[in-house]
Design a protein around this ligand. Structure first.
Ligand code: JD8
Length: 233
């Protein structure tokens, strides 16, 4: 079972992780998600977690002290840990990375705020033989912190774990899905359901034909067309 821990100064921001599919997966014991408040690892009356940047500059940096205590408190020397530090300067998250994380045993998400986390946190745990440190970004835009990014990564990763989503077949034809044949480089074809005529718009007749060969051919052509159009942009 994959154990996921998230550390943040806004733990309530992460509560959606206990809803719907991920909530049910936890009830089924397929996955465990634990959310921790970084400030619980501070000893001063102000529960301070940040300070001014060495070398000057705007904003505040998150001190390594509380992070070290928080991470040590939820890990032990005998387990392999993937520590994901969210940062706009990280390696871009994609489906391939999601499939790698889906095979992990214990993932910790360090959800920073302010100008980010003191760089020695990643450095320290990268020196530990039982830790694999990943600096990860979800895209080329600036967020206010790592929480939303962590939830994106968990949603994409958890649904690849057997038992999380009801019908694993639906994984096969998804965009970006890593299934090993060339079609996985295609985005998915357009989908339709009832009514057959909506506001004057018809469903493509081939989909009502019952001819599965023609339907599969049409869907592949549509997936290739959409992929070409995306590549043009
Ligand atoms: C972690 C602090 C805010 C970032 C000053 C705004 C990921 N794709 C992504 N974009 N932004 C983040 C991200 C932003 C974060 C933190 C991740 C911790 N911030 C900082 C630098 C500029 N503020 C992200 N994954």
């Amino acid at each position: 079972m994959l154990q996921i821990d998230l550390i943040s100064i806004f733990p309530e921001y992460l509560s959606p992780l206990n809803l719907s599919l991920l909530g049910k997966a936890q009830d089924k014991g397929v996955l465990s998600i634990n959310i921790h408040d970084l400030r619980d690892q501070t000893n001063d009356v102000h529960h301070s977690v940040d300070d001014t940047p060495y070398g000057g500059g705007a904003g505040m940096v998150m001190s390594p002290v509380a992070w070290g205590q928080a991470i040590d408190q939820i890990t032990n020397e005998n387990e392999l840990v993937d520590l994901i530090i969210l940062t706009p300067a990280g390696k871009k998250f994609d489906q391939k990375m999601a499939s790698q994380f889906a095979n992990a045993k214990h993932i910790i998400f360090a959800c920073g705020r302010y100008e980010g986390i003191d760089a020695r946190v990643g450095e320290y745990y990268a020196s530990k033989s039982n830790f694999k440190v990943h600096e990860v970004s979800i895209g080329d835009y600036v967020l206010g912190g790592g929480e939303v990014a962590a939830m994106v990564i968990i949603e994409a990763t958890a649904r690849l774990i057997p038992g999380v989503i009801g019908n694993p077949d639906s994984l096969k034809e998804e965009s970006h899905s890593i299934s090993g044949n060339n079609d996985d480089l295609l985005v998915e074809y357009p989908n339709y359901t009832k009514p057959a005529n909506w506001r004057g718009l018809e469903v493509p007749p081939v989909l009502l034909s019952g001819n599965h060969g023609e339907i599969a051919k049409w869907r592949k052509e549509q997936a290739e067309r959409r992929t070409r159009e995306l590549d043009k942009e």
